[in-house]
Design a protein around this ligand. Structure first.
Ligand SMILES: Nc1nc2c(ncn2[C@@H]2O[C@H](COP(=O)(O)OP(=O)(O)OP(=O)(O)O)[C@@H](O)[C@H]2O)c(=O)[nH]1
Ligand SMILES: [Mg+2]
Length: 443
């Protein structure tokens, strides 16, 4: 997700940071590069134009250029403006005061509606809701079976019956009331292109379902096509928010960065894979930081919390406080990270990780973890507890013992120090707020 844009922006800003004092011409040149990077990421050209104009107006002011850290100020401004572009605030799914809350999914064929229906339902069950999915796609023969199978697999209620889509929806809503489902998600049929047939069917379903929210599902990999589709849907049907799917395959990010500015509708969720648990709430601020390589620590924490072990968490917080966090804990932590799903995704959320050689992009995999494990297991217990004693000759011995190189051992030790620092600053942060366990729950 956003790999190419992220890489480009990082190199633009590291050049800028290398300069110290900045002139107007420096900022101007950097902004030209930002503009190109965004265009290459397939961001809508009007959006790019406005975005860069805003950035320039803010960055060329004397309070930036004359500040002690002008390059950092520029990055900060870019971060803020990216957040604004993506949507400023987190987009929630509002619940109706009178349940059930009805959500209607619309979108082109193959955009990911049916899977997104199940993912959203799954997401809501994690929040204690009891959703009912209504299979109202009578256009594609296997569509109903697909939703029923997803429901069975994930223990989510599905309503299906014969008849026309609007009849199915009416019957499904009655069932939801009978079964006291608090959320109803209606899966509808897509077509290959925006056409009259699809739009009128969607309108008929809308008039029966009276949805509180219409969510348009678009495939992020289709870039500006997704934006055009969204514009058509807005004209013909209107919708309340977007689900961007296949973000896992979208290295450029053009749709995500343009769609809100173009349609005026917020992105509410992004989907990062085929599995049912791959839907994430959309957080513009976190995504902006991720794009700028500043890491997405909050999402990491949330992911971690879902696989956390309360007892270990307390022990770790305690160790950090006593400054006893050692390489054993580090290894343990790495193993826990592996439990969190696609390891590359998780690691990339840590600030600075993308700068560690060999950890670049999504190359972090199980073999990296195995290497880390081999290196740590080649150390003596004392070395693991007190990494500061690992001298040059010890490093050579450890490299030999683990079948790695001294460089790899050095990298690991550096990464250990960075992690320790990060963890420490985070426990202090949460400690100050007096909230036990925000980060403590992590491991
Ligand atoms: N990699 C990846 N694949 C996805 C994602 N979302 C959906 N898919 C895949 O995209 C394909 C189409 O998804 P569906 O949910 O069936 O699409 P649909 O919009 O319901 O399609 P129709 O019912 O034909 O209109 C499936 O193979 C999904 O597994 C995602 O976020 N990432
Ligand atoms: Mg479908």
């Amino acid at each position: 997700m956003f790999e190419s844009l992220s890489g480009r922006l990082e190199s633009i800003f590291s050049k800028l940071k290398g300069r110290g004092k900045l002139t107007e011409a420096d900022v101007d040149a950097a902004m030209r590069e930002v503009r190109l990077a965004l265009l290459e990421a397939d961001v809508n050209y009007k959006v790019v134009k406005e975005f860069v104009a805003t950035l320039k107006a803010r960055a060329i002011g004397s309070d930036v250029l004359d500040s002690l850290t002008p390059a950092q100020q520029v990055v900060k401004i870019v971060n803020e403006e990216l957040t604004t572009l993506l949507g400023t605030t987190e987009s929630r799914l509002p619940m109706a005061s009178q349940p059930p809350t009805v959500v209607m999914m619309v979108g082109l064929q193959g955009s990911g509606k049916t899977t997104a229906t199940a993912k959203l339902a799954y997401h809501l069950t994690k929040q204690g809701k009891h959703p009912l999915m209504i299979a109202a796609d009578t256009y594609r023969p296997a569509a109903i079976d697909q939703l029923v199978a997803l429901g069975d697999e994930n223990k989510i209620a599905v309503f299906s019956t014969g008849g026309r889509p609007e009849e199915i929806v009416a019957a499904g809503l009655k069932q939801a009331v009978r079964q006291a489902n608090d959320v109803v998600i209606v899966d509808t049929a897509g077509r290959l292109h925006v056409d009259e047939d699809m739009m009128s069917e969607a309108a008929r379903i809308k008039s029966v379902a009276k949805p509180h929210q219409i969510l348009l599902v678009v495939d992020a990999m289709t870039g500006q096509d997704a934006v055009n589709v969204a514009e058509s849907f807005k004209e013909r049907l209107d919708f309340d928010g977007l689900i961007l799917t296949k973000m896992d395959g979208d290295a450029r990010g053009g749709a995500a960065l343009s769609i809100r500015a173009v349609t005026g509708r917020p992105v509410k969720f992004i989907s990062l894979g085929e599995k049912v648990d791959s839907l994430e709430a959309f957080h513009p601020d976190r995504l902006a930081s991720r794009i700028l390589g500043m890491g997405d620590v909050l999402t990491l924490i949330e992911k971690a919390q879902s696989v956390s072990d309360e007892a270990k968490a307390k022990a770790l917080t305690e160790k950090l406080r006593r400054q006893e966090f050692d390489l054993e804990d580090f290894l343990d932590q790495m193993r826990q990270l592996r439990n969190m799903g696609p390891i590359g995704q998780v690691m990339k959320m840590l600030p600075g990780v993308s700068n560690i050689p060999g950890m670049k992009k999504s190359e972090v995999n199980d073999s990296d973890i195995k290497r880390i494990q081999a290196i740590i297991e080649s150390m003596t217990p004392r070395e693991r507890q007190q990494p500061s004693i690992i001298s040059g000759s010890r490093r050579q011995r450890i490299a030999k013992g683990s079948g790695t190189s001294v460089t790899e051992v050095n990298q690991l030790l550096k990464q250990f120090e960075q992690t320790k620092k990060l963890l420490k600053s985070m426990t202090q942060m949460t400690g100050k707020r007096g909230r036990r366990g925000m980060f403590g729950n992590m491991f």
